[in-house]
Design a protein around this ligand. Structure first.
Ligand code: FES
Length: 178
């Protein structure tokens, strides 16, 4: 596992909008709503909380900040870091940049698809894994690379990628038995 120097604002969460999250939203908006230029920060924090940007939360942001909902949705769809749909517990961001492509990212993608039964943009039925193909993750010297939940895995081979996924699944299985 390696550290990459990019902030993706990625964390996957199973969505449930309960009362404590509404309190969090209110505190977040009280902190930033009147600060010009803080929309990106609000959206990043919101995604950190929910794992994606729920439409009803974006509507609350629009109301509280006085920003048209169309503007907020426009920003959310413009930047690749934002998601409008919930993702699995483990978000696999598989690099398809030039260095990774040259060093076999297609083989890694095929191994992930074979192991989990999902293609780019899909989530496993158990909600554990989502797969997303992305552009350069900023760790080209480690190519081919994938990032899962903010952790970077480099110098991948198909077998290494399968092993990582199996270990994560095993950790989850152990956690659910405890
Ligand atoms: S091309 Fe994959 S990390 Fe740069």
């Amino acid at each position: 596992m390696y550290l990459c120097n990019l902030f993706w604002g990625e964390r996957s969460v199973h969505a449930h909008v309960g009362p404590s999250r509404l309190v969090t939203d209110r505190a977040l908006l009280d902190t930033y709503a009147d600060t010009p230029g803080s929309l990106i920060t609000i959206l990043q924090e919101t995604q950190e909380t929910y794992g994606y940007l729920p439409m009803n939360v974006m509507e609350r942001i629009a109301e509280r900040t006085g920003t048209p909902i169309a503007t907020i949705v426009g920003v959310a769809t413009f930047y690749a870091q934002f998601r409008l749909e919930p993702v699995g517990k483990h978000l696999i961001m598989l690099c398809q940049g030039t260095a990774c492509h040259v060093n076999g990212s297609e083989l890694i993608s095929a191994a992930v698809t074979d192991e989990l039964g999902i293609e780019d943009g899909e989530t496993t039925e158990d909600g554990l894994f989502s797969l997303k193909h992305v552009a350069c993750l900023g760790c080209c010297s480690l190519s081919p690379v994938m990032m899962i939940n903010g952790n970077t895995y480099g110098s991948l081979t198909p077998d290494k990628a399968r092993k990582i996924l199996r270990e994560l699944a095993a950790e989850d299985a152990e956690g659910s038995e405890a």
